[in-house]
Design a protein. Structure first.
Length: 213
């Protein structure tokens, strides 16, 4: 019988910035970025230094974070870039990267966009919203529940899997890499990745899981 498990923290990258300690060994770059976003507005360059990944990778992680936090009632807040020459504000820009030039005056003296995580004080997950968003991406959506101390070790699946923690504290291990996702955080488990899930909390753990069609 196939047991729905969850996990696969995004792959780690070697640090590219010196002068700052790398994130904890159990923390992925995406989790580090999300943690720093909760502390206040940050530019992609600042997040690059804090998470030890390139600015291009930061933008990719921000796009994923923007999608994954919606089910928890949070959102990625953005203060758009502004042209320092003519004052033009990039309010309608959908891309998260820094623009290369001003469409009004063609100037290149632009402020960097600022990102922040606007979250509820008590995160909750909207199952219907997650199911709709996953369906649009070609994934199913089910709910899994485990008692404290339950462990599922060394599973693999033939297709990609998504998971979002609804409540409780779980530990996920994929190919030897361990993460502890926050409530509302989406984790991707690639096809054929060996993974384990453990309820390390003292209460029931619940999470949503979905397989690619």
């Amino acid at each position: 019988m196939t047991t729905p498990l969850a996990n696969r923290a995004p792959s780690r990258h070697k640090g590219r910035v010196t002068g700052r300690p790398p994130p904890p060994a159990s923390e992925t770059p995406r989790q580090a970025i999300r943690r720093h976003l909760s502390g206040g507005p940050r530019t992609a360059r600042e997040l690059s230094a804090l998470a030890h990944v390139s600015e291009k990778e930061v933008v990719t992680h921000l796009e994923h974070i923007a999608r994954s936090v919606r089910g928890a009632g949070a959102r990625l807040g953005i203060e758009p870039s502004r042209c320092q020459d003519c004052g033009f504000v990039f309010r309608d820009r959908t891309r998260l990267g820094r623009p290369s030039g001003c469409p009004r005056c063609r100037g290149q003296h632009l402020t960097a966009p600022l990102f922040r995580l606007d979250a509820r004080s008590a995160p909750s997950v909207d199952r219907d919203a997650v199911a709709a968003e996953w369906a649009a991406r070609g994934f199913s959506c089910g709910l899994w529940t485990d008692a404290p101390g339950q462990r599922w070790e060394d599973y693999t699946h033939a297709t990609d899997e998504l998971v979002i923690v609804v409540e409780g504290t779980i530990e996920l291990e994929v190919d030897g890499r361990v993460v502890r996702p926050a409530v509302g955080e989406e984790i991707v488990v690639p096809a054929r990745a060996r993974h384990s899930v453990r309820n390390i909390g003292t209460t029931t753990a619940r999470w949503l899981y979905g397989y690619r069609s």
